[in-house]
Design a protein around this ligand. Structure first.
Ligand SMILES: C[S@@+](CC[C@H](N)C(=O)[O-])C[C@H]1O[C@@H](n2cnc3c(N)ncnc32)[C@H](O)[C@@H]1O
Length: 330
């Protein structure tokens, strides 16, 4: 699993050759599952984006942005049920929703990646950066809940179960978001953050169809998808579209493992996918990288694009991520 720093922070190590990282990931992925998970986490903890103390603030900002996107359309978030695809290492978005007054969040992950050490780090930072957190949440912050979280953050015995219970989070892992056991029309908001770039498109389609079943009639889907080559996060010598130079077979040799799989689908393909599952767009907020666009317009040897992506416009290729707010067509 790749550690996202969300859009808000750049913690790239100055330079670590991406092919060396790919080699290590492929090697670690060959071990039996539980040993492999532990080795990979230790690698991330000592050399990657989960170094001590892990900072939750970027994800809190994302959680608040997401709540604002919902409220912007006149939808209520108080006591509503959220469903998150792909929890990752720490359930920070569910904690942010709870701090904003949401009801329960059901968060599902194919892999049981949540780590106690990172929850401890996050709560340490919560306690230390109270004022910063208050300013991130602004008037969305439920003060009583924040006090409860601060009290818990001071406790000596932090554990996963308590924090999940306190913040009304149901964590299902291993669990598959394309096959939930939830009732029809039982969730209000179906969300994901930096997840769909890591799942094959046919499976995302199944997840969204299952979402259509479990969401209430006027529920919303809110997703942020990061289209960047994630190796560029730690290797500054490559661009965020470096991976578009490879055909599928070659790319699979580098990143075809459980930790770094990236579907490399571009903005137009995700638009099509949402249309195919019967969604209307309420908001699309693409991030355009002007430097990449300029480089593509200039052409030349500095940028290579495989045949697979050749027919795409430079405008599409320079979109590096996007928010999507969608709704089932009635
Ligand atoms: C990049 S990580 C999650 C990042 C996290 N949302 C964040 O904001 O930090 C992607 C996660 O999606 C999970 N995942 C992949 N396929 C899934 C599926 N079908 N159902 C649920 N989770 C899935 C992976 O196990 C992984 O933990």
């Amino acid at each position: 699993m790749y550690n996202e720093n969300s859009k808000t922070g750049d913690k790239r190590t100055p330079r670590f050759n991406w092919k060396a990282k790919a080699f290590i990931q492929n090697f670690i992925a060959m071990f039996p599952k539980s040993m492999s998970y532990e080795l990979y986490f230790q690698m991330q903890r000592h050399f990657g984006g989960y170094k001590k103390p892990y900072d939750p603030l970027g994800h809190f900002e994302t959680g608040v942005d997401l709540i604002k996107k919902i409220q912007k359309y006149g939808y209520d978030t108080d006591e509503k049920v959220f469903f998150e695809v792909g929890t990752g290492r720490v359930p920070l978005l569910p904690i942010a929703f709870w701090l904003c007054g949401a009801g329960k969040t059901i968060t599902v992950d194919l892999n049981p990646y949540v780590r106690k050490e990172l929850i401890e780090d996050a709560l340490f930072v919560v306690n230390k950066e109270k004022n910063e957190i208050k300013s991130i949440f602004g008037n969305l912050l439920n003060e009583d809940r924040f006090e409860l979280l601060l009290d818990y953050a001071k406790s000596k015995k932090i554990n996963k179960e308590d924090i999940l219970q306190l913040c009304e989070i149901e964590y299902i892992a291993p669990g598959d978001a394309s096959k939930t056991k939830l009732k029809d029309n039982s969730v209000d908001y179906h969300i994901s953050h930096t997840v769909y770039e890591h799942i094959p498109l046919n499976i995302i389609k199944d997840i969204l169809k299952e979402g259509n079943r479990i969401i209430t009639r006027d529920g919303l889907f809110i997703n942020y998808i990061d289209y960047r080559d994630h190796f560029a996060q730690m290797d500054k010598s490559i661009s965020v579209i470096n991976f578009l130079q490879y055909n599928d077979k070659d790319w699979d040799k580098y990143a075809g493992n459980r930790y770094m799989y990236m579907n490399r689908a571009r903005h137009d393909e995700f638009m099509e996918l949402f249309e195919k599952v019967g969604h209307d767009f309420m908001e699309i907020e693409p991030d355009v990288d002007e430097d990449i666009q300029e480089m593509l317009n200039r052409g030349g040897a500095e940028i290579m694009i495989d045949k697979k992506f050749e027919k795409k416009s430079n405008e599409i290729l320079s979109i590096t991520g996007s928010w999507f707010v969608t709704k089932q067509t009635i």
